[in-house]
Design a protein around this ligand. Structure first.
Ligand SMILES: Nc1ncnc2c1ncn2[C@@H]1O[C@H](COP(=O)(O)OP(=O)(O)O)[C@@H](O)[C@H]1O
Ligand SMILES: [Mg+2]
Length: 324
């Protein structure tokens, strides 16, 4: 049994219009996605802005009402509030957000921000609480004098560390990290990613790591799902996704990874334009008549792509990885 099993999850937001304000349509933010997260792993969920990643993440922490499907946590369906209560779910599963300045209360001192989940879930004495907060600051590499400061007194990278300290305060099993480094400079991104990995090793945490950037996810995730307009277009191991991408949307995300080597920039730009052209010209090959992704078909034990079966097998054999 996996730690988390997401099965055919749908989250549709109603659109109301007209004089009677009736529901006339819906935004299919998440439209039938299925994947599993194993204990201790970092699972990557990647797609452009608007593809439904945050809605998925919020559904997994129980902040979003799901339309249909299930999310099993240790085998129990946590889309039901009753199960979340019984399982201590709100303590076991935490979230880290992209924008730490707006997710940390600006009027609270760091001590109170980090202690908040402790006060909700563990009833420690004042002294024990302070000790625990100091430990947490130490874990994320911040000094004790941070205790009495406010969020605006820190840099973006430091605030992200504070967000992580708060998220790990209650020893969670799973952290949903929604674009945790997207607002940070490249140099600071690496630092934050490194201590997220360190914390994972120390505490045995699983991450659902959400990003629009396949470059960021590369060194974090062993398994990755690519999300496109509410659906998954490709699932695979790191090796599958980076070395044998099959869906044009995945190739497009790969081509969008910024090239840091100046000498490679021209070649990189040319290949990005080539992929973009295929994406424009071959919509009908990669998407159905309504412009939606096809259901996933498996091309290897680890690798699935959203294409009609014959095309999927054909592309996979060109990549030299077909088994069937
Ligand atoms: N509360 C909401 N009501 C209506 N539409 C929403 C709501 N939240 C998100 N959406 C829409 O759902 C889609 C997916 O959004 P989101 O999950 O935030 O994507 P991502 O995190 O990948 O950028 C977008 O089209 C967005 O506009
Ligand atoms: Mg988002």
């Amino acid at each position: 049994m996996s730690l988390v099993e997401i099965k055919d999850l749908k989250v549709h937001y109603p659109i109301r219009s007209g004089f009677w304000n009736r529901v006339t349509d819906s935004v299919k933010a998440v439209d039938g996605i299925t994947f599993n997260i194993e204990a201790g792993e970092t699972y990557g969920l990647v797609g452009e802005s608007g593809s439904g990643k945050s809605t998925t993440g919020k559904s997994v922490v129980g902040l979003e009402k799901v339309t249909s499907g299930s999310i099993l946590y240790n085998g129990k369906d946590i889309t039901k509030a009753d199960n979340r209560r019984k399982l201590d779910y709100n303590r076991d599963v935490q979230m880290i957000f992209q924008d730490s300045l707006s997710s940390l209360n600006p009027r609270k001192r760091i001590e109170d921000i980090i202690a908040e989940p402790l006060r909700n879930f563990e009833h420690l004495s004042k002294d024990d609480e302070k000790l625990r907060v100091l430990q947490l600051l130490n874990i994320v590499g911040l000094d004790a004098d941070a205790l009495y400061k406010y969020p605006h007194q820190f840099s973006g990278g430091q605030r992200q560390r504070i967000g992580v300290a708060r998220a790990v305060a209650t020893n969670p099993k799973l952290i949903i990290a929604d674009e945790p480094v997207s607002a940070l400079d490249l140099s600071v991104q690496a630092q934050v990613l490194n201590f997220m990995k360190k914390i994972q090793r120390e505490f045995g945490i699983s991450y659902l790591f959400i990003s629009h950037d396949l470059g960021v996810v590369r060194h974090m995730c062993n398994n990755i799902a690519i999300m496109n307009r509410g659906r998954l277009v490709e699932i695979g191991t790191r090796e599958d996704i980076y070395n044998h991408p099959l869906h044009i949307y995945t190739k497009r995300l790969l081509a969008a990874i910024p090239e840091t080597n100046v000498n490679q920039r021209a070649a990189h730009r040319a290949s990005r334009l080539a992929v973009e052209k295929i994406y424009e010209d071959q919509q009908s090959k990669y998407y159905d008549e309504d412009g939606m992704a096809y259901p996933l078909v498996q091309v290897s034990p680890t690798h699935s792509v959203a294409l009609p079966e014959t095309i999927a097998k054909q592309l996979a054999s060109q990549e030299g990885e077909v088994q069937a």
